[in-house]
Structure formats: C-alpha cells, structure tokens
Design a protein around this ligand. Structure first.
Ligand code: SF4
Length: 290
C-alpha cells in the first residue's frame, strides 16, 4: 500500500476522510505516535507468560468510550512521534528485553505505518494485535500476514448501549464481522501454555449490563470457532464521577461478574479466562512515559 491513504483516510469504520498528511482525523492522530512500551505482566497468562508481553501503546483511538481507562493516550494524546524505522527498532528492543511477544495496542488507525515497520523488521516472537474491535476487515487484511494472535474486545451488543458508551451505534455490527475474521487465526500453544497463534476475545463486564453481556456470550458460542478463547474481564475501574453517566461510577458487583461466568460455563465455552474481582484496581492501568 502506498501513502495515498493518508490524503483521504478511510482506514477504519469511521471513514472520516481526513487528510492525515496535514492534520488529524477523528482518531486524533496524523502518524505514528506512541505513549509507552514495556514488558506488560498483567495480560492473560498465555500472553504475558514468563517475562511479559512487549506492549506498545499507540496514541489515538476511533472509539469514544465514556469510561476510557487510557484517556491520556486515547484522547489527550500524551506520547511521542516515531517513524516506522524507530518503531522497528522498538520491536527489536522489546525482543532483546526478553518479551514473550510484541503486542500492538489500539493499532487500527495506523496499520499501514506499522506494516512499513514490519517490512523493516518482523519480530521473531509472536505479534499480537490488541484492539477495541471496531475495525474494517479490509484494513485487517493489510496486516494479517504479520499477525499471529488477535486480542480484540467485544464491548456491547445493543446499539443503544454502544451509542451511549462508545459513541458508535453500529459497534456490534462492525465488531462482530471483524472478530469473526480474527477468529480464523489457527490456535497454536506450546506445551508450557504460551500462545503462538490464535484469537482471544475479551469482554469487560460493565455495571448494569448483564443482559447485554449474555447476548455477547451467546453470539460468541454460536458464531466463532469452538477453540476461540474468551476472556471475561472484571477489571472495570471507575475514575470518579463521569457527568451524565452515574451508573459508571462504581465497580461491578460480584453478582454481575458471576452472572457472566456462569453464562460462559452454561454455554460450554471450553477455552475461558476468568479473573478475580480484585483485578479492578488502578495499579493495573499503566502510567505513561512520554
Ligand atoms: S483511522 Fe482515523 S482518520 Fe482514518 S477514517 Fe478512522 S478516524 Fe478517520
């Protein structure tokens, strides 16, 4: 892909058509901008594994989550510009630090630039594509041959909840197609339990959303390959009061999380990660470097 896409960007489902040579689109970034890279110890065990996931946080985002856990990066754009060559050097550096994989966090709005970096240096360890799920399949196809593991969220099923919390009424319609594409990645694990290839779908359980959560889990069990992993996450962490969203000012209850886990068991989902509710702490939210 040449750099023409930057003149009229339609990389993601927002299709805002921004000229990213001169300015930013709805995702908030022009080029590659990163907030932090380090060995992340708190992902699913098959991803963090022994030394940690070599995680790179990209600034900007095409969603507008009212409860964003990474606001400084997704919207305040705290970070620094890097070139594809510098990103390739970061891949090498993380590999030299002993990372079990390289994880690209929120990469969808900079995919062609990441591909340029991957052409300069393809890590020898698995490459993880970690996203909010709001993706175009055409854009995923640009990077798919480099990706070993997909780690997408599926956040909400209902258009009304998606509109309220993400600012995207069509979230599930778009994300379900993108995740169905991602879930075709064949599963491969070492005998020690490290993932080499595959797909883990994450669902963050939210306050007052039990019915919606059950619909997502039902869709997951009916539509995705049987060996796809599901990670039911309990770590929703409120950062005080959000104007107009009083219901988001508390953590989830044991009852809400148990309902999600019991639904996953009842549906017979075989590859399942669950968490302690004590995971809902701000210490699991990274502090930003740049
Ligand atoms: S990636 Fe950014 S600039 Fe491109 S269409 Fe999406 S929001 Fe707009």
């Amino acid at each position: 892909m040449d750099n023409k896409w930057q003149e009229n960007c339609i990389l993601c489902p927002v299709e805002c058509g921004a000229n990213r040579l001169n300015g930013v689109g709805a995702c908030g970034v022009k080029g590659l901008r990163i907030a932090k890279y380090y060995l992340h110890p708190f992902e699913e065990p098959c991803i963090s594994f022994e030394k940690g996931s070599g995680t790179i946080f990209f600034c900007g985002c095409n969603l507008r989550c009212a409860y964003c856990q990474n606001y400084e990066v997704s919207r305040a754009m705290r970070g620094k510009e890097v070139s594809p060559k510098e990103l390739a050097d970061i891949f090498r550096e993380l590999e030299d630090m002993g990372a079990d994989n390289i994880s690209l966090v929120t990469p969808s709005h900079v995919v062609p630039l990441i591909v340029q970096a991957l052409k300069l240096y393809k890590p020898k360890i698995p490459l993880v594509y970690n996203s909010g799920g709001y993706e175009k399949v055409e854009t995923l196809r640009l990077i798919d041959k480099y990706v070993d593991i997909y780690l997408p969220d599926v956040k909400f099923y209902s258009p009304a909840l998606s509109k309220r919390y993400l600012g995207k009424e069509d979230y599930f319609e778009v994300a379900s197609k993108a995740v169905a594409f991602m879930a075709q990645k064949p599963l491969s694990m070492t005998k020690e339990g490290k993932m080499l290839s595959g797909c883990i779908v994450r669902h963050l359980v939210m306050p007052l959303c039990t019915a919606d959560c059950k619909r997502i889990l039902k869709w997951f069990s009916e539509e995705l390959p049987k060996d796809t992993y599901l990670s039911v996450m309990s770590q929703y962490t409120p950062f005080g009061k959000i104007d107009g969203f009083d219901e988001l000012s508390r953590k989830i209850t044991a009852r809400e999380y148990d309902a999600a886990v019991e639904t996953a068991f009842a549906l017979g989902i075989p590859n399942l990660f669950i968490q302690e509710r004590t995971s809902a702490k701000t210490e699991y939210i990274p502090s930003w470097d740049f």
